[in-house]
Design a protein around this ligand. Structure first.
Ligand code: AHM
Ligand code: MG
Length: 323
């Protein structure tokens, strides 16, 4: 275990190197704590039928929260008390949540507390995703929606926690991407994947091809060309965004989610909670992202829950996607 630095050792070393205030280290450590608690709950989710169904009372008479509700409550309650955030935004909340007495806090955070939660019942990997910005509104005043309508390029940190066969915490502060694996026996995050980089070689594509019949012609052609030009091309699609992106970053691959229905411009993924943070991870790992016209990180949201499309992964291939 001692061969691998813990999350706190690593973050504090980094913070010392840049002579930071320590505030940022504390934020990442706080998210690490939330990840550990959700990991514990996800790991015993299969016992729900034994200990009590979610949404009902368990045998002790305690109410059992659905996991996505529990994860959201945990993010909101824990982060509201840290003093670092003026406001929070969650995929599960209609509006931004102002933190009581948060007027003097420097940052805002957007998160998807448990992405892919419909996979939970089948023991498929799920994830939490977060995106942190410095406020654009004046310190000393309440944060506003404007603080969340910033392009991904101004994120000061972003990342995810993947609840898979092991639990991993992957984040970037704009200096590459580091991955930590939870050692459940001691409850510590250990640096297992320092400076993750997308391999140049890329055989994998991840797409929900069920939507292909309503894709635009150029989207069908893009995928066809990828398959034709690479005899080893293979499909890997979990349908759980964090897991799909994580695998592609480690193994090399393209995540392909154009408009599900090109005529209606139907999209599923949310810019603030899913696309921006995961795009920062992909680009910091040496990959590229696009909506067909520009990097996902250059899009300025105009609505809190705005949805969008994303092609992400190996830069050489992503750069050939245009719309
Ligand atoms: P959610 O935020 O409601 O969980 O939905 C997001 C999930 C992603 O994890 C996944 O990639 C996508 O939905 C799958 O959607 P679809 O079944 O339409 O392909
Ligand atoms: Mg989601």
């Amino acid at each position: 275990m001692l061969q691998h630095p813990t999350l706190s050792q690593y973050i504090l070393d980094q913070e010392r190197a840049v002579r930071g205030s320590g505030e940022f280290s504390q934020i990442l450590l706080d998210i690490g704590v939330i990840g550990k608690v959700i990991s514990r709950e996800v790991n015993k989710a299969g016992l729900a039928g034994i200990l009590g169904e979610a949404g009902t009372e368990n045998s002790s008479g305690d109410s059992v929260k659905k996991l996505d509700v529990l994860a959201n409550d945990l993010f909101v309650n824990y982060l509201s008390k840290t003093g670092h955030f003026a406001a929070l935004a969650s995929e599960e909340e209609t509006d931004i949540v102002l933190v009581p007495n948060g007027e003097h806090a420097k940052y805002v955070i957007a998160f998807d507390p448990l992405d892919g939660s419909s996979n939970m019942d089948f023991n498929v990997s799920v994830g939490s995703i977060f995106s942190i910005h410095q406020r654009v509104t004046a310190l000393g005043t309440p944060a506003t929606l404007q603080d969340f309508l910033q392009p991904g390029s101004t994120q000061v940190a972003a990342g995810y926690i993947l609840y898979g066969s092991s639990t991993m915490f992957v984040y970037t502060t704009g200096h590459g991407v580091d991955g930590f694996t939870l050692d459940p026996s001691v409850g510590e995050w250990l640096l297992s994947h320092p400076q993750m980089m997308i391999p140049e070689h890329c055989d994998v594509y991840s797409a929900n091809e069920a939507y292909m019949y309503t894709w635009a012609e150029q989207d069908k052609t893009f995928l066809e060309n990828f398959k034709r030009s690479n005899p080893k091309a293979t499909s890997r699609h979990i349908g759980s965004l964090v897991a799909d992106i994580h695998r592609n970053v480690l193994k090399g691959g393209i995540y392909f989610r154009p408009y599900d229905d090109a005529t209606k411009h139907t999209a599923k993924l949310r810019l603030n909670y899913e696309l921006k943070p995961l795009a920062m991870i992909v680009e910091q790992a040496g990959g590229a992202t696009t909506d067909g016209q520009q990097s996902i990180l250059n899009i300025t949201p105009t609505e809190l829950h705005q949805k969008g499309v994303m092609v992400a992964g190996n830069a050489a291939i992503v750069s050939t996607y245009k719309r």
